[in-house]
Write a protein that binds this ligand. Structure first.
Ligand SMILES: Nc1ncnc2c1ncn2[C@@H]1O[C@H](COP(=O)(O)OP(=O)(O)O)[C@@H](O)[C@H]1O
Ligand SMILES: O=P(O)(O)OC[C@H]1O[C@](O)(COP(=O)(O)O)[C@@H](O)[C@@H]1O
Ligand SMILES: [Mg+2]
Length: 475
């Protein structure tokens, strides 16, 4: 089935001009514009499509509606205030739905694939790799699939390793990434040279915000050189700091693992006289893990996140609140995200400048600092009373584990979504869930978007109502 060489034209008005609100401020299908997705035919204009091999797959029986078209979209925003007098243009933003297309732009028998993992670990990385390999092999019949070792630097510093379903069959049970990962080592020219010289046609890049910024540059250079190479990003971040998508894979697993640390802190605190259990959780610049772990646990009395400043002494401060809790309950549990309180920790000029290999700021350790401040405070104000701080730092334990069942399923859908998109000729995109449905989002948009905790929204208000902690606004 050889048809037009261009992907189907966008027609979001196909369903007619239905509107959400017939008042003065209507949102109609005609005003919904899906974000434009780059396609290989944007610069390889003579590239011919071919029918999807899923047509011949004995395990699939494509029916009407099995294949998605570019008129299948997902709205970014699903919550509206119908009394609003103005709908911003961004409220009409939409993305193409992820899934198989009836035409593909690769010959599986000659397609050569590279898969790379970059940045910090996250539960589920191995599942994504496994499902990319299995999906490419089983769904589309691709046989040349390679893993790039140790992150971006692996493109130009080591030989790729061959992957097949037999090799990866049990990888979803392993934490970490069998391909290995690293920070730094991003050399655009060397990376794209390696992609070109090794003859890769599809590159799947699994990584976080830094990785996605690198992926944008790789994609742009590939376009500039007009290479027959599709690029897909698969967002990975245990911190859940990548924007637009509902949440990142491995995040739920990490929150679940954090429960054990919080539980232990609670037991230790309860079993001491004036006991404080202090748990530090990952979260470089966003406090999602701390927030979700707090809400799920219900044993936490105070949750400190980077998005919210706090102070120790005086009215409305942390010490005053903890003292009240100790007097009421005899113990208190405190969860602190690693990026919190950085401005309060004394540091040298050298420490102020410190960055990791990827350019991320290196934080001072808020846990031991807070423990020491708590001990100083109590010894000063209540020298005759017993007091214990038990500090638990489960840092790597929450991310160096295999994904739980929900995250494993999520990783599988992400990987398959990415494969279907690249096979269909889309490039420079990220696959990810938006409002529960899988979408293709332009890489550039994902690289720029940051998911921070909004301390003005209902979720943070819920934390406050669970903990009754102060809002740390000085009066
Ligand atoms: N702005 C950038 N441009 C190009 N590459 C980047 C950029 N930021 C980070 N990288 C590269 O992306 C990789 C992962 O970045 P890092 O910040 O360590 O992790 P993550 O992707 O998980 O946020 C590293 O190899 C790093 O060099
Ligand atoms: O010690 P490492 O491996 O650099 O990782 C520490 C950092 O990695 C993270 O887990 C996540 O970082 P990325 O998602 O940016 O890779 C942060 O929470 C933490 O600060
Ligand atoms: Mg990052």
């Amino acid at each position: 089935m050889m048809a037009s060489s261009q992907p189907e034209a966008t027609n979001v008005a196909a369903g007619g001009h239905q509107s959400l609100n017939d008042g003065g401020n209507s949102l109609s299908f005609s005003s919904v514009t899906p974000q434009k997705l780059p396609h290989l035919t944007d610069y390889l204009v003579h590239l011919q499509p071919r029918s999807n091999p899923l047509d011949q797959n004995p395990f699939f029986h494509p029916t009407d509606g099995f294949y998605l078209t570019s008129s299948d979209i997902i709205l970014r925003q699903v919550v509206y205030d119908l009394s609003a007098t103005f709908l911003s243009p961004s409220s009409h933003r939409a993305y193409h739905r992820a899934g198989p297309r009836n035409q593909i732009f690769f010959d599986p028998s000659t397609t050569k694939v590279a898969i790379v993992t970059c940045g910090g670990l996250c539960p589920g990385m191995n599942t994504v790799i496994r499902e990319l390999v299995i999906g490419l092999w089983e769904l589309y019949g691709v046989r040349q699939i390679y893993g790039i070792k140790a992150g971006y630097r692996g493109f130009y510093s080591t030989d790729p390793v061959e992957l097949n379903p037999k090799i990866v069959h049990n990888w979803h049970r392993k934490g970490g990434t069998v391909l290995e990962t690293s920070r730094g080592g991003f050399d655009l020219t060397k990376i794209v040279d390696a992609i070109q010289h090794r003859g890769f046609n599809q590159v799947y890049i699994i990584g976080g915000d830094g990785t996605m910024r690198g992926a944008v540059k790789i994609f742009e250079e590939i376009c500039r050189r007009k290479l027959y190479v599709g690029v897909a990003g698969i967002p990975k971040t245990v911190d859940n700091d990548v924007g637009i998508i509902d949440r990142s894979f491995g995040f739920q697993t990490a929150v679940e693992m954090a429960q054990e640390a919080i539980h232990a802190a609670h037991v230790e605190a309860e079993s001491a006289v004036n006991g404080i259990g202090l748990v530090k959780l990952m979260g470089r610049s966003t406090g999602h893990i701390a927030l979700h772990a707090t809400l799920s646990s219900r044993d936490v009395d105070c949750c400190l996140i980077p998005e919210m400043e706090f102070y120790l002494e005086g009215k409305g401060g942390l010490f005053e609140f903890l003292e009240k809790k100790l007097r009421e309950n005899g113990h208190a549990v405190l969860v602190v995200a690693e990026g919190s309180g950085q401005d309060m920790i004394p540091r040298s000029d050298n420490q102020r400048e410190e960055k990791d290999e990827s350019g991320n700021p290196v934080f001072l350790d808020v846990g031991p600092w807070l423990k020491s401040e708590l001990n100083k405070w109590w010894a000063r104000d209540h020298p005759d009373e017993l007091f214990t701080v038990k500090y638990i730092d489960p840092t790597y334990m929450i991310r160096a584990v295999p994904a739980n069942a929900t995250d494993n399923l999520y990783c599988t859908l992400l990987a398959h979504s990415a494969i279907h998109g690249v096979m269909a000729g889309y490039t420079g995109f990220v696959s990810g869930p938006i409002n529960g449905n899988y979408a293709y989002i332009p890489l550039e948009e994902v690289a720029q978007a940051k998911n921070e905790v909004n301390t003005m929204d209902h979720k943070w208000a819920w934390v406050r109502s669970v903990t009754n902690q102060p809002d740390f606004v000085r009066t």
